[in-house]
Design a protein around this ligand. Structure first.
Ligand SMILES: [Zn+2]
Length: 352
């Protein structure tokens, strides 16, 4: 016979408790009166057990009218707690489960918050923090990294720079335009004022108006910080680390390591149209026939018929862009534009 312990028993009939002996063995809770008569019995696994203010209540029927109360530090409490039943249903265990659930929810919410923050908020903070001067430095580092595997057509570059300078393309950045030996029909802009025009696309173009349209388009990506924004969006995690560590050089290092990524950056259709539209405005302000944009698009379309180079895949939907350029320049169909002799001269010299 296992040990008998004193306890108070509520029989569900009388409101006052009886002092009883309680015994626990082989998973059964047994209640005896002082004459050692068995007066109640329950399998512990089927009993409801709860703990309030250190007192353990062991309910012996489903209605919870018959139960024993074990005062705090009662020797049976430890024994019963050793059985999972007690731990599982104790208020403390419940609270712990709720706390763990709450903690898990908080961690999850924080994680989602942090993710949204780094994807949507952080790039904009970084964008605001990076000054045009720093942006130019970043662009320069990109340029240097890119040029490690390329070479500059220095004659054409001199005239391309002259051409760009005479167009007054930007007030925000100092513009650096380069012609790079590369047969790919491509041109792209780096953050902070760098434009790279491949010899491949230069040879395809048939007039200085087309070149003006190209430069107007690329400079808009610079002026509107499209390249920087796009990159910041995709590397926000690294920027996050840089900002929390207070080390801005981390951002620069990351950008430089991903120079190749910039060349392949694709902008949304909306940004491409924004660049096309702004380019048309720039051309009009510079007394250049804006319908040069249509001609440029047609060159790209011809190229598209042969293959799909990066310029085209990153400047998608040529057909739509031609339609857009036609609409935006419709008012100038019959307008006569004087030849910009300075630009034409630079253009001709560039091709020599
Ligand atoms: Zn573009």
């Amino acid at each position: 016979m296992s040990d008998l312990y004193e306890a108070l028993f509520y029989d569900g009939i009388q409101s006052k408790p009886h002092p009883v002996y309680i015994n626990y063995s082989y998973g059964n809770v047994r209640v005896f009166d002082y004459q050692n008569n068995l007066i109640a019995e329950q399998v512990l696994q089927q009993a409801t057990v709860s703990e309030t203010a250190g007192q353990l209540y062991v309910y012996l029927n489903a209605q919870k009218t018959s139960f024993v109360v074990l005062p705090p530090a009662h020797p049976l409490i430890k024994i019963l707690q050793a059985e999972n039943k007690v731990n599982d249903s104790s208020w403390f265990a419940k609270l712990m489960r709720q706390k763990i659930l709450l903690l898990a929810s908080i961690i999850l919410l924080l994680g989602i918050g942090l993710y949204c923050f780094s994807i949507f908020v952080l790039p904009n903070i970084a964008l605001a923090l990076i000054t045009p001067k720093q942006e130019s430095k970043i662009g320069r580092q990109f340029f240097d990294a890119y040029m490690q595997s390329k070479s500059i057509d220095s004659n054409a570059t001199v005239y391309l720079q002259k051409f760009a300078d005479n167009m007054h393309l930007t007030d925000k950045y100092q513009l650096h335009a380069y012609v790079v030996y590369d047969t790919e029909v491509n041109a792209f802009a780096l953050p902070g004022g760098y434009i790279i025009v491949n010899t491949g696309i230069l040879k395809k173009m048939k007039s200085y108006e087309e070149l003006a349209a190209l430069l107007g388009h690329e400079v808009t990506h610079i002026n509107e910080r499209h390249s920087l924004k796009s990159m910041l969006g995709s590397i926000s995690a690294s920027i996050f680390l840089s900002i929390i560590s207070g080390d801005a050089s981390g951002i620069t290092a990351f950008l430089v390591n991903n120079a190749e990524q910039l060349r392949q950056l694709s902008f949304s259709r909306k940004l491409e149209q924004q660049a096309d539209d702004a380019s048309i405005e720039i051309m009009i302000k510079n007394d250049i026939n804006p319908r040069g944009m249509i001609s440029l698009m047609k060159r790209l379309q011809e190229e598209e018929a042969i293959k799909v180079p990066e310029l085209l895949s990153s400047h998608p939907l040529t057909e739509d862009r031609i339609a857009n350029a036609k609409t935006k320049t419709a008012a100038f169909v019959n307008r006569k534009f004087e030849t910009r002799k300075d630009l034409e001269k630079a253009w001709v010299s560039m091709l020599k």
